[in-house]
Design a protein around this ligand. Structure first.
Ligand code: SF4
Length: 166
């Protein structure tokens, strides 16, 4: 029984980010896991119906978990409130992970959806703050381990441990 991992689609080279670019950084481990059919490649924002390209969005005065509890909002850089879209994106990411039996996720950092180590602070000034986006927070709340794209070595180690336990 193979350990499966949910992976941000933009990490795998799909052009789904808000600015139409991809974060192509195909580490050798990722390539191998893909060949072993362990990866569930998913873009929560796309799944929720957001277009490409789209305006950058940030969480205002809070974190992903606050957004899921209706205690913070997500707005685009023209002020449009897109909270509901991003809440849906988080639920769809959880559904994709649970349907495939994923026990971990490797997500692109900095995103209001996929960010896990940092997000932007809601002022659209490029100011980072430590914290999680909506999907990362919801996945963690449901027991799915979240790793950022810069924590790939930690995920590799975690996978090895999982496989040893099986
Ligand atoms: Fe990448 Fe996640 Fe943003 Fe989709 S929602 S473009 S997978 S960071």
């Amino acid at each position: 029984h193979q350990t499966k991992i949910l992976v941000s689609a933009c990490l795998m080279g799909f052009n789904v980010r808000y600015n139409g670019s991809a974060k192509a950084d195909l580490h050798e481990a990722l390539r191998r896991w893909q060949q072993e059919d362990r990866l569930v490649i998913h873009c929560p924002e796309l799944a929720a119906g957001l277009p490409v390209p789209r305006r950058p969005a940030e969480i205002v005065a809070g974190y992903g978990a606050d957004v899921m509890r209706e205690q913070a909002r997500i707005i685009e850089n023209d002020g449009r409130d897109v909270t509901a879209h991003y809440q849906l994106a988080a639920w769809l990411a959880l559904q994709a992970a649970q349907n495939a039996g994923c026990r971990a996720a490797l997500l692109t950092d900095g995103s209001p959806t996929c960010g896990s180590q940092f997000i932007y602070n809601g002022t659209f000034s490029g100011t980072r703050q430590q914290g999680m986006g909506v999907a990362a927070a919801l996945l963690e709340e449901h027991g799915i381990r979240v790793f950022s794209d810069r924590q790939l070595p930690a995920l590799v180690a975690w996978m090895e441990e999982m496989e040893r336990e099986q």
